[in-house]
Design a protein around this ligand. Structure first.
Ligand SMILES: CC(C)(O)CC(=O)SCCNC(=O)CCNC(=O)[C@H](O)C(C)(C)COP(=O)(O)OP(=O)(O)OC[C@H]1O[C@@H](n2cnc3c(N)ncnc32)[C@H](O)[C@@H]1OP(=O)(O)O
Length: 258
């Protein structure tokens, strides 16, 4: 598949998608979002891939939806096309784990796409924000919801109502990102985390991801019941037998994704 706006590569069991519109700070055009979806489809379908890294450039993970493409749209254009939902949420339906590796700006839709990933590793240069209010609109790809769940109401309100950006250190303190690393190490660290996941049992990793995501959708009691059922189901896998036998026998496990 030939891509124009993303670069796609593999390193062992890790698929890497790099957003690639450097002159527009990786603004998320319709074409880029479509190609991102195609790249994720390809990695999901590839049984050799166990985890995915989504990244951008040194200057920008992504500076948001493409404002030039969006500026003249009318209500019927955005309503009938269900603008933002269609295509963008492909990241949230990906069953394999996705790490966002963020350097530079992750603004508007860029911040929203990063938050759709399973976790965010940030370079010390990263800046997160929802500046839509400064251009006369509001977040439309989950920013008001996911940011609030990640950092709490006070910080989310300030960011959404004023457009203030958060730097990497504040993002880590606030729970938006899992870790901050030097910019030069960002991709290597993200690939290392992805390799770790890709070396585990894919079905069990998928179950774990599903269980954590359920925490955002349900009550504590329901979530705990759901988790217990998934936990029980791991005992039907060959990989649970292999993982525990390997521990007892003091050898590395050889998972077969079964
Ligand atoms: C998804 C929704 C619904 O939530 C909506 C959104 O995402 S709305 C978009 C939210 N994002 C923003 O408002 C950020 C817009 N960008 C900026 O504020 C600045 O570009 C910056 C602070 C990120 C960086 O500033 P600077 O270093 O001065 O670079 P620029 O000269 O401004 O930008 C370089 C180049 O990139 C183009 N650009 C940047 N962001 C976008 C964008 N979101 N859409 C389209 N194009 C963008 C910018 O226009 C420049 O290109 P040229 O005009 O020089 O060709």
């Amino acid at each position: 598949m030939a891509y124009e706006t993303v670069l796609v590569e593999t390193r062992g069991k890790v698929g890497i998608v790099t957003l690639n519109r450097p002159k527009a700070l990786n603004a998320l055009s319709a074409e880029l979002v479509r190609e991102l979806g195609q790249a994720l489809d390809a990695f999901e379908a590839d049984s050799a891939i166990g985890a995915i890294v989504l990244t951008g450039s040194e200057k920008a993970f992504a500076a948001g939806a493409d404002i030039k493409e969006m500026a003249t749209k009318g209500y019927m254009d955005v309503y009938l096309a269900d603008f933002i939902t269609s295509g963008w949420e492909r990241v949230t339906t990906c069953r394999k784990p996705i790490v966002a590796a963020v350097a530079g700006y992750a603004l508007g839709g860029g911040c929203e796409v990063a938050m759709m990933c399973d976790f965010i590793l940030a370079a010390d240069t990263a800046k997160f924000g929802q500046p839509e209010i400064t251009i006369g609109t509001i977040p439309g790809a989950g920013g008001t919801q996911r940011l609030t769940r990640a950092v709490g109401k006070a910080k989310a309100m300030e960011m959404v109502l004023t457009g203030r950006m958060m730097d990497a250190a504040e993002a880590e303190r606030s729970g938006l990102v899992s870790r901050v690393v030097p910019a030069a190490d960002l991709l290597a660290e993200a690939v290392k985390a992805a390799e770790k996941m890709a070396g585990l049992s894919l079905p069990v990793v998928m179950l774990a991801k599903e269980a954590v995501n359920r925490a955002f959708e349900t009550t504590l009691a329901e979530g705990v019941r759901f988790e217990r059922r998934l936990f029980h189901s791991t005992f039907a896998t060959e990989d649970q037998k292999e993982g525990m036998a390997a521990f007892v026998e003091k050898r590395p496990p050889a998972f077969r994704n079964r």
